[in-house]
Design a protein around this ligand. Structure first.
Ligand code: S3P
Length: 445
């Protein structure tokens, strides 16, 4: 899909976004593992979540789409070896979490994905599960993967790097295998699995010890059936929030969005930039926080006291992992330098996000420098409209959209359909803005 877009228009109004992708993957999996019928209220959901849903059906869970969500009937006894290859599409989360479930249940299965997923390293997953007694055969560390079996044994599992997907795969495997496990994760990553397991009656003990997170799950735990109401996706919200902050005369509010503290590092940077933003109707929920986030056009300042640049590094990276590209876009509008450091983990995402973000920023005339795993962005810059291929990475497609909005003139974005991976119905959702009169600056060609 090609999209033409006039930049420098104001953005106003309120919007409700599709369901949090990470939470919906987990709600579907927990629904399929707990006895009885689970209702999941999730509104819109994208291609990645559709892969988890379809693969759970292939494993034997029964799923029906109902108004505003799903009903899942499942339990661990209903799940068995699938006849077909589990196609995970673009979704690494689907692949890693379902591999954990199958490994724990002793189900042999084959997993594959699209061209992009086939390039992403699964070596850490393979190594960690090999240490737990599970045999996985790969193509040089990438999908297609064949889970050949083995008996999952828990104990102490040290992860080679912080990763919510890896951590969750091990926790789910241990839960269904009825094994005690202590996962030691260097650093921090999103904690939806720990929280949602606790919300479903599974005791998970979490401790921070120096720079590591220790997550303990004891034996003999029972997953209780419960229904889920999945809030809006904070990562999707960050694109609209960034656009409104950088555009003139703009003010938007995103309603009912997930505000789990391991996901909201973006707001910490807004604070540091001196942005005008706030949270209304904040609630702890039943274990996963949510609320409404508003922002106004703001003068952003990347310099801290003493003229040091704003630095985004390992200490906060886990809390804004998927927001680095859009923060780099926003940094082009902030006075001073923003340094994005320790970006190694971004190189194994849907694309090499360090390289691809830099390419995209340069195409719109941003001033940047790359030093190994560090990206320096200088601002403020007047961005120039351009024509770009947005590629297969949904978050970079959304970044291109924000850059095009901030730029002067009309931009053309080719290959924009990848946004459906995490932001289904993007165009219709944008129509909720501008007081409901529609977002008229997008022309589909
Ligand atoms: C996710 C974890 C993150 C994130 C991804 C979704 C999840 O990756 O980048 O988009 O739902 O568990 P890590 O496994 O690197 O933390």
């Amino acid at each position: 899909m090609q999209v033409r877009l006039q930049g420098q228009q104001r953005l106003r109004g309120e919007v409700i976004l599709p369901a949090d992708k990470s939470m919906l993957h987990r709600a579907l999996i927990l629904g399929a593992l707990s006895a009885g019928e689970t209702q999941i209220m999730a509104g819109h959901f994208g291609d990645d979540n559709r892969r988890t849903l379809a693969n759970l059906q292939a494993l034997g869970a029964s799923l029906t789409e109902v108004d505003g969500g799903f009903a899942i009937v499942g339990n661990r006894e209903m799940l068995s070896a699938p006849c077909e290859i589990l196609d995970c599409g673009n979704s690494a989360t689907t692949m890693r979490l379902l591999l954990g479930v199958c490994a724990g249940l002793g189900i042999k299965a084959r997993f594959d994905g699209d061209a992009s997923l086939r390039t992403r390293s699964m070596q850490s997953l393979i190594d960690v599960f090999a240490g737990c007694g599970i045999d996985i055969v790969s193509q040089n560390g990438c999908a297609p993967l064949e889970l050949r079996g083995g008996t999952f044994k828990g104990g102490e599992v040290v992860l080679p790097h912080a990763s919510a997907q890896l951590k969750s795969a091990v926790l789910l495997a241990a839960l269904v295998a009825n094994e005690a496990v202590q996962v030691i994760e260097p650093g921090e990553s999103r904690d939806h699995t720990e929280r949602m397991l606790a919300m479903a009656g599974v005791q998970v003990e979490v401790q921070r010890k120096s720079n590591a997170t220790h997550i303990c799950l004891s034996k003999g735990q029972k997953l209780k059936k419960r229904d889920w109401q999945v809030p809006g996706d904070f990562s999707s919200a960050s694109f609209l929030l960034a656009a409104a902050l950088g555009l003139p005369d703009s003010e938007i509010i995103v309603r009912g969005v997930g505000l789990n503290g391991t996901r909201t590092g973006f707001l910490e940077i807004l604070q540091e930039y001196g942005a005008e933003y706030g949270i209304e109707h904040w609630s702890e929920g039943e274990g996963e926080a949510l609320g409404d986030v508003w922002v106004k056009s703001s003068k952003l300042n990347a310099k801290q006291a003493g003229d040091k640049p704003t630095r985004i590094g390992a200490d906060i990276l886990g809390r804004l992992l998927d927001e680095v590209p859009v923060l780099a876009v926003l940094a082009t509008q902030a006075v001073g330098v923003t340094q994005f450091c320790d970006l190694g983990p971004l190189r194994n995402k849907e694309s090499d996000r360090v390289q691809e973000t830099a390419k995209l920023l340069e195409a719109f005339g941003a001033r940047i420098e790359i030093h190994a795993n560090r990206l320096d962005v200088y601002g403020p810059t007047t961005l120039k409209a351009t024509q770009v291929e947005v590629g297969h990475d949904h978050r970079l497609a959304l970044c291109a959209f924000v850059l095009a909005l901030l730029a002067e003139g009309e931009s053309t974005l080719n290959g924009f359909e990848s946004v459906e991976v995490s932001f289904p119905g993007f165009r219709d959702i944008l129509k909720q803005l501008e007081g409901g009169s529609g977002f008229e600056h997008i022309h589909r060609v």
